[in-house]
Design a protein around this ligand. Structure first.
Ligand code: SF4
Length: 295
């Protein structure tokens, strides 16, 4: 069995109280069954407080405060559960976030999700081609041949992204490799399509609004040799290609083009990527809608 991770993965450390966009705010926090059992067993004041802040139902979760924060997030950005009970008392989602895992037949691919500002920093600040580290525990697994073909194609796409001078040429060739056509239409039309999706934060709509009236097309916006945008495009393929297949190329092209255009319109790259990821990448429903529009 192989375990794959991006080469910056081991550098990830949560910024905790230094984080400007804490994941302890604005997201639902589901509690897994083992942790729920632990919370039921804590026989002291904090145990009672935890239980009073659990919303029960098919899926237990923490009751968020009026500003949608975790009830145990302190004003200084630290977590009261960690401070009083230690990291082992965190539910799976808090312990694992922002890590993601893609389980394949003979490998697990992991990474840190771009809704986290520290993950974005590590990805974008890398100076060259996005690299991956692989460990093999020596246990032979049956390899799925369709999966092998998919991974081989993804490697070819990575190669195009980093060897072609600009992203428009790379994506033109990537589309041809996958029997697809480069997404058509003006960037503002794609911004409009993205703005109709379910939204977490109204400021995302304002950011998309900066593209109103833009005459740029998707290839125009991708006419860049920015290594940061190349690493972003490759990372989108790394995370989503094994799930959505070849049409991920279209999703990555339009997403990178939108982000590139928003940055040209005055946006800040890292924050635009973070918000794109939170709003789009973390919603299966939103990705499905965009993929439908693209195919
Ligand atoms: S968003 Fe990232 S850095 Fe910020 S609190 Fe969450 S895991 Fe930590």
């Amino acid at each position: 069995m192989k375990y794959v991770r991006p080469d910056f993965f081991d550098k990830f450390v949560c910024k905790a109280d230094k984080c400007e966009h804490s994941c302890c705010k604005g997201w639902e926090i589901d509690i897994d069954e083992d942790t729920l059992e632990l919370y039921e067993s804590i026989d002291n004041d904090i145990g009672e407080e935890i239980r009073a802040n659990i919303v029960r139902g098919e899926q237990a979760s923490f009751r968020l405060t009026d500003d949608e924060s975790c009830p145990f997030l302190r004003e200084d950005g630290l977590c009261r559960l960690i401070l009083t009970l230690g990291e082992d008392a965190l539910c799976d989602i808090c312990a694992e976030h922002p890590r993601f895992y893609n389980e394949l037949s003979d490998r697990t691919e992991t990474g840190v999700g771009l809704c986290c500002e520290e993950a974005v920093r590590l990805l974008l600040e890398g100076s060259g081609r996005l690299g991956f580290l692989t460990e093999d525990d020596g246990e032979a697994e049956t390899t799925d041949s369709a999966e092998t073909a998919l991974l081989q194609k993804r490697e070819e796409l990575f190669e195009l992204i980093f060897s072609e001078p600009t992203l428009d040429i790379a994506f033109e060739k990537a589309c041809a490799l996958c029997g697809l056509r480069m997404p058509e239409g003006k960037i503002y039309a794609w911004a409009e399509a993205f703005s109709k999706l379910e939204r977490l934060d109204e400021s995302w709509g304002i950011k998309l609004g900066t593209l109103e009236g833009s005459e740029l097309t998707v290839p125009d916006a991708l006419e860049t040799d920015s290594i940061a945008l190349k690493r972003l495009a490759a990372y989108l393929l790394y995370r989503h290609f094994v799930r959505y297949g070849e049409k991920t190329v279209l999703f990555a092209a339009v997403s990178a083009a939108l982000i590139s255009a928003m940055v040209s319109a005055g946006g800040e790259l890292a924050d635009t990527v973070r918000q794109f990821s939170s709003e789009i990448e973390y919603s299966d429903e939103n990705i499905d809608i965009i993929l439908k529009e693209l195919t």
